[in-house]
Write a protein that binds this ligand. Structure first.
Ligand code: PEP
Ligand code: MG
Length: 608
């Protein structure tokens, strides 16, 4: 039966594919695709893990004292029986052989399927056996991971869900879409090289870091879809409408055809946009606009160059620090990563942001900042760096060294206090001195500060005194101005880039930088949102940093824009108590009365 689930649209386009559910296990599990030649080894890994658990349970059974409660013996019997069950072993083999899932992923996928069958059972006793199944699978996973603790039997974890009929084997050409309760930004990175055609998560806001990484993958995604991971079943056909934030499950042929059409239209539009790749981003009235890329890993430089970016405006270096089980990248490792990004950009500037760990970007799942009561207000970004000077100096030295290979800008996140600025600059001097002492060469850096805390936007002279340029992190600026957790879908409706207070802080920052001849850019999600391009241009912004996938669409907006008309219009939006309404008002003629040129270099005439 067709039904739809509504969430928040985070990455545009339509994806149609079979659902892959991840994340039901209590053990952290890696998800990746294996090569066909690895199939026997992966199957063997599961077999070895399973046999180890069988051995352990049998040993326990034999060592059981005569007077042990009969329930305990029965429980061990049940666990052994589940381990022998064909549905488990055959299913796991299917996911490894036919879908090329790695062993752990295959195991948790099959667990999900059988667990739902248990949920459907009439008999309460049998229904309760789901918890036993989850325990034995966790046990196998722990063996495979080498983390085995003495057998403990936690209370059952209850999940809702329906029964599921496994589909017949399908070819590997069937597109897959990922459905999960939650994915950390590090999980998303793991999926970067994968073949998923789209993503859906139950939780998350539009500018949560998971959503940001999804957007950088340039595939349709919906977050905050509440109970999607409970309602969708493994292998269901699913349509993800990343423009509308809708997930259609088990679509009828008519719906499929309709979305198939939309999908093709979207592909055609993208193809059309690629023609703009080499066109300089210049407005109709001749203003040059800098379109830069946001990247997470050095290898993203390739897509930045392909999209026609004129540099990297934000390299989120924290992604080099994540998912490493707490171990941090050393100076050499970081230097190589930064150098590779700089070289990948072929002489164009690269802005490396110092590590912004914390809030919804933990180093690892369960790491201490992850469990902090109020992580967005806690030890995050520059606060974290200043709290661990040895770590910070390592990063600063690596960035300084990378600056030998091209133009590097250093960007510092989440500054609010003069003392933080001064400490940061002192540590930078110290890092230079350390390199001097070691006789290691390093290059010049332009220094930039992120404006993402209202306190910073309200004390701009302080920032302009110390920094060469400012970069507005609108994702956090909105979060902290409006007191809205950007990762919390339950308050997503209040997360408003057009709130007059946000616009005021943004406009003041742009104006203050221009008045002093300093560079200013926006690197939050607002910069890549084509519905905001006119407004930002009208407020005077000439440097935008966004995911490579958004560059061409924003360029099209720039080519169609006439800033002479946008300026007065943006002022009206800024002064309005209802900016959304003010934005909808048509633009009047240019202030000097001359007609607006309408050559966009591409298709449809300018809206402006
Ligand atoms: C921002 O806050 O707008 C920003 C670009 O930084 P991040 O999204 O990584 O917090
Ligand atoms: Mg930020």
């Amino acid at each position: 039966m067709t039904f739809s689930i509504h969430g928040l649209p985070v990455a545009r386009g339509i994806a149609i594919g079979r659902a892959v559910l991840v994340g039901s296990s209590r053990v952290e599990v890696a998800h990746y695709f294996i090569k066909p030649e690895q199939i026997p080894a992966e199957i063997d890994r599961v077999r070895v893990g399973r046999n180890a658990v069988v051995d352990e349970l049998q040993r326990l059974q034999h060592a059981m004292p005569k007077d042990a409660p009969p329930e305990l013996t029965a429980l061990l019997d049940v666990h052994l029986m589940l381990l022998e069950d064909e549905t488990l072993t055959t299913g796991v083999k299917h996911w490894i052989t036919d879908r090329l899932y790695n062993a752990e992923w295959a195991l948790t996928t099959q667990l999900e399927i059988i667990a739902r069958q248990f949920d459907e059972m009439e008999d309460e006793y049998l229904r309760e056996r789901k918890a036993d199944l989850e325990q034995v699978v966790d046990r196998i996973l722990r063996y495979m991971k080498g983390v085995v603790s003495p057998i403990a039997l936690p209370p059952p974890v209850r999940r809702k869900g329906g029964s599921h009929q496994m589909s017949p084997d399908e070819s590997l050409t069937v597109p897959l879409v990922l459905i999960a309760h939650d994915l950390s930004p590090a999980d998303m990175l793991q999926f970067k090289q994968s073949v998923f055609a789209g993503f859906v998560t139950d939780v998350g806001g539009k500018t949560s870091h998971t959503a940001i990484v999804a957007r950088s993958l340039d595939i349709p995604a919906v977050v905050g879809a509440r109970s999607a991971s409970q309602l969708v079943r493994q292998d269901d056909w699913v349509i993800i409408d990343g423009d509308a934030g809708v997930v259609v499950v088990d679509p009828s042929p008519i719906i499929l055809a309709e979305y198939g059409f939309k999908q093709r239209q979207g592909e055609l539009e993208r193809e059309r946009l690629t023609r703009l790749r080499h066109t300089p981003a210049i407005t109709l009235d001749g203003h040059k606009v800098e379109l830069l890329a946001n990247i997470e890993m050095p290898e993203d430089a390739v897509s930045a160059v392909t999209a026609g970016a004129v540099g990297v405006g934000l390299f989120r270096s924290e992604f080099l620090f994540m998912g490493r089980k707490g171990s941090l990248p050393n100076e050499e490792e970081q230097y190589q990563a930064y150098r590779s990004a700089v070289e990948g950009m072929q002489g164009m500037p690269v802005t490396i942001r110092t590590v912004d760990i914390g809030a919804d970007k933990p180093l690892d799942k369960g790491h201490k900042e992850d469990t902090h009561l109020n992580p967005a207000l806690g030890l995050r970004a520059i606060r974290w760096s200043l709290a661990d000077p040895a770590m910070f100096l390592t990063q600063l030295r690596a960035i300084l060294r990378a600056a030998v290979h091209g133009q590097v800008n250093l960007l510092v996140p989440m500054l609010a206090h003069g003392s933080e600025i001064r400490q940061t600059l002192a540590l930078l001097d110290f890092a230079r001195a350390e390199l001097d002492n070691r006789g290691v060469v390093y290059g010049p850096l332009k220094l930039g500060a992120m404006i993402e805390i209202p306190a910073a936007a309200l004390t701009l002279p302080l920032f302009l005194k110390y920094f060469d340029f400012l970069s507005v992190g609108t994702n956090d600026l909105i979060q902290y101005t409006l007191a809205i957790d950007r990762a919390d879908e339950s308050v997503a409706h209040l997360y408003d880039p057009l709130h007059p207070a946000v616009l005021r802080l943004l406009a003041d920052t742009i104006r203050a930088c221009q008045a002093q001849g300093k560079g200013v850019s926006v690197c939050g999600e607002m910069a890549g949102d084509i519905t905001m391009t006119r407004l930002l241009l009208g407020l005077g912004l000439r440097s935008f940093s966004m995911h490579p996938a958004q560059i061409l669409a924003v360029k099209q907006e720039v080519l169609r824009a006439d800033t002479a008309r946008l300026g007065p219009w943006a002022q009206r939006v800024l002064e309005s108590e209802d900016p959304v309404q003010a934005m909808a008002e048509p633009l009047t003629a240019r202030p000097d009365g001359t007609p607006c040129r309408v050559d966009s270099g591409l298709g449809p005439l300018s809206k402006y």
